[in-house]
Write a protein that binds this ligand. Sequence first.
Ligand code: AMP
Length: 178
Amino acid sequence: MNSLSDKLKDAIRDVQDFPKKGIVFKDITPILSDATLMSDITNFLAVVYQNQEIDAIAGIESRGFIFGPLIAQSLGIPFIPIRKSGKLPYKTISQSYALEYGEASLEIHTDAIKKGSKVLIHDDLLATGGTASAASELIKRIGGKIAGYTFLIELGFLEGRKQIQSYTEGNIHSIVVY
Ligand code: AMP
């Protein structure tokens, strides 16, 4: 029987030159039309973290909002949205980070977690690690601890893992690594 990693690899669609020339975009939308695969992924990631006393899962907009809430619900813990600038309605803090060209920023509600909470950060894909690092800074600034990271996909050749491992003593799980 195929492993979950093989099933995921079969479902992920490579889209050449999106959103710009030279980028191979890892399209996860085919996964979303396979309900069995959706629950296999959720169960797999929930099992990895079920004995680690995680207090909350923070998902990064927007593809971190697909599996983040499913994993949180499966573990019976809160889901915290980390959003792009200007989207969250209540009091926020903001963290800028570098993109290939220019800058972007992420925001979180200041009351999103209780001080000292252990937070697992989730996104669909780890590339250079800039996005996950910015999310980590936000969690730290509102008093949380980074319990670990979970991604569906890791682009290993971009070495994003190196950017984030100091936050969490290497507790980083990806289902598929390219
Ligand atoms: P990075 O900050 O470089 O680690 O980029 C990670 C963020 O960009 C994630 O939110 C991903 O969804 C998105 N991303 C970066 N590269 C790709 C790619 N090749 N395919 C799909 N999404 C990507």
